[in-house]
Write a new protein. Structure first.
Length: 388
């Protein structure tokens, strides 16, 4: 199943790491560590193989992909030997990265995105294209009456006003081009009634939001533990320090607030109440593509005895996110092939703020994910493992 993966923010750290990783896996130069879709419980015939994936995308930055990969190698994010070995393959992908449309009305920009997606699909003879948003975090969207109805939205996009944020404009373009959409960011994306209705009308699946790679991943394991043991969490405070492009973006208060809201939701919805404390995100340029999170949890046990838990998470954001981007592209493509449409709630395992999530417990999300993918494999004609 030849599958296009169209990355919004194609020259960013996460996208570049995803592309280098997929090319290395295709060439047998690395192992699929971090790829959930290569675990025995998940892999199978419904998923496109790594050799089936073809990459393209949009980005306003014009720095060549190979140069971005070299910079990530210098920063210790990807091995330099892989960048050198994959130079020809990176040049091929470079030919499929287009400048992000700018100027004109929103409708005109949508039309250019749709044309690029159609051209990408045609030139590579692709069965389908999955659009994945890995661009910078946006501020919370300003409500607009057109967000409620597809017809009103189409009319509004013909005007001069910026009715949709970029993530939602790409979701609209993806659905118009008959492409599934995945939002790996905390941005609005497809989470507007008009866009949800458009996806359902066109029979397209979509997934999101905000890839779960670090501190929130740990929270989704620990919070259910406290709830199941009937221990009272009195406070949960976290400090996140990160550099790189994501850190620079989150130095903006509006984008920072959107990210914090996404990270905090797991506690209230898992515990059933909101403990004291908050999450803070600070930009530290020196950290580059790495991030550190420190959390302090205070809780009460039997007879009100006070106790505490502390943990520190230090990780490379791009190396944690990239395999999940590949996982989501593969599963979403398989879901589309199986006829799924609307929000893919069973992919909540991958997200901090998942669509229509029934639970934030990582264990329960894992069970739902495995059941969902097993159904895709059964529909594809078997459950035998395939080589990626």
């Amino acid at each position: 199943m030849r599958t296009g993966v169209w990355l919004v923010g194609a020259r960013g750290s996460v996208a570049t790491t995803s592309i280098v990783g997929a090319l290395a896996l295709r060439s047998g130069l690395t192992a699929p560590i971090g790829c959930v879709t290569e675990l025995p419980q998940v892999r199978g015939p419904a998923l496109p193989s790594f050799s089936d994936l073809v990459f393209g995308g949009h980005d306003p930055v014009l720095t060549p992909l190979a140069k971005r990969a070299e910079a990530l190698a210098a920063a210790g994010v990807v091995p330099g030997r892989l960048v050198a070995a994959l130079a020809d393959d990176l040049a091929v992908v470079e030919d499929d990265i287009r400048p992000a449309p700018s100027g004109g009305t929103p409708a005109e920009r949508v039309a250019r995105v749709v044309a690029d997606l159609a051209d990408f699909r045609r030139r590579h003879d692709l069965d389908r294209v999955v659009v994945v948003n890995v661009s910078a975090t946006e501020p919370v969207v300003t409500p607009h009456p057109a967000h409620a109805d597809p017809a009103a939205l189409a009319a509004a996009l013909d005007g001069p006003d910026e009715v949709l944020p970029p993530s939602s404009l790409y979701a609209y373009a993806a659905f118009t081009a008959d492409c599934p959409y995945v939002d790996f960011t905390p941005s609005t994306g497809a989470r507007l009634p008009a866009l949800a209705a458009l996806a359902t009308h066109r029979g397209l699946p979509y997934a999101g939001h905000d890839g779960k790679t670090g501190e929130t991943l740990v929270k989704s394991v620990l919070a259910p533990m406290f709830a199941m043991r009937n221990l009272q969490v009195r406070s949960w405070s976290g400090i996140n320090l990160l550099g790189g492009g994501d850190g620079a973006t989150l130095a903006d208060p509006a984008a920072n607030a959107a990210k914090v809201e996404s990270k905090q939701r797991v506690l209230g919805e898992t515990l059933g109440y909101h403990p004291q404390g908050d999450t803070r995100i600070d930009y530290v340029e020196e950290l580059g593509d790495f991030k550190t999170a420190w959390d302090l949890v205070t809780f009460a046990g039997f007879l009100g005895t006070g106790m505490r838990l502390e943990f520190t998470w230090h990780g490379c954001d791009s190396a944690l996110a990239a395999p999940l981007v590949l996982d989501l592209a593969r599963i979403t493509a398989a879901a589309h092939a199986a006829g799924a449409s609307g929000p893919l709630a069973d992919l909540a395992f991958f997200f901090k703020d998942p669509l229509d999530a029934a639970t934030h417990s990582l264990g329960e999300q894992w069970t739902r994910l495995c059941g969902f993918v097993a159904g895709l494999h059964a529909a594809a004609g078997g459950t035998d493992a395939q080589a990626g």
